[in-house]
Design a protein around this ligand. Structure first.
Ligand code: Z5A
Length: 210
């Protein structure tokens, strides 16, 4: 049986990193083989591209260059890591995937949806996540969490609040358009409640295993 592809998405400080361990433990607790990965990144080439994308010294990067670099990293990730794992029956959990391109480059930067959809088909063929867990918080909550970590901001984190409001709206629009493939989770709740909601959202996929 092929593996399932689960993606964790959300804006800044939504808590993806904080919740990935719990998600991995939950799936492994069901006896599943799990591969954890991230975007941009997930392969040596992808991690090198991630370094370019987040480097604040490239402050003048063109939005189209940003989009194409995201998909260049994704092409390698899909071919080298995601597809082979799914074929081998492994469940793949990814910290971000193409929904982030629609949200950040589409919503945030204003690039046309059709261009992103074309790249999605070109790079992924039929591959789409089985479920996207969208960790949603008001922008000010996420930004306050990021600031409290006290780490230097990367190139994209330097954007202002209106950019992140557009990103959030674009994530929510995707979830609204495809409710069977998205679960919107209120990530401003305490972590244990967020994780309980993630578990409920996964139940239909886990029930298929029984
Ligand atoms: N990007 C893009 O533009 N286009 C694309 O196609 C793709 C990505 C794939 C890198 O992603 C950047 O790439 C990202 C989008 C863009 N841009 N930015 N900016 P990333 O995922 O590596 O970076 P990030 O979004 O900034 O993630 P992060 O820094 O790892 O944040 P997070 O994982 O969502 O949050 P966290 O580290 O788990 O939590 C942040 C803090 O909040 C931390 O102190 C936690 O303890 C706290 N926290 C988390 N959850 C809670 C709850 N529930 N209650 C209280 N406190 C909490």
């Amino acid at each position: 049986m092929k593996g399932r592809f689960i993606v964790l998405e959300g804006g800044e400080g939504a808590g993806k990193s904080s919740n990935l361990d719990a998600l991995q433990r939950l799936l492994e607790g069901r006896g599943l083989a799990v591969l954890r990965t991230r975007e941009p990144g997930g392969t040596p080439l992808g991690e090198a591209v991630r370094g370019l994308l987040l480097d604040p010294s490239f402050a003048g990067m063109e939005a189209k260059a940003e989009l194409l670099l995201m998909f260049a990293a994704r092409a390698q990730h899909v071919a080298q890591v995601i597809r082979p794992a799914l074929e081998a029956g492994v469940w793949v959990i990814s910290d971000r995937f193409t929904s982030s391109s629609y949200a950040y480059q589409g919503g945030g930067r204003g690039l046309p949806w059709e261009a992103i959809a074309w790249l999605e088909r070109f790079v992924q063929d039929e591959l789409r996540p089985d479920l996207t867990l969208l960790l949603d918080t008001p922008v000010e909550v996420g930004l306050a969490r990021m600031r409290s970590r006290g780490e230097p901001e990367d190139r994209i984190e330097r954007e202002g609040r209106p950019f992140f409001e557009r990103v959030r709206a674009a994530f929510l629009a995707q979830a609204e358009a495809a409710p069977a493939r998205f679960a919107v989770i209120d990530a401003s709740l305490p972590l244990d409640e967020v994780q309980a909601a993630m578990q409920r959202a996964l139940q239909p996929l886990l029930t298929e295993l029984a």
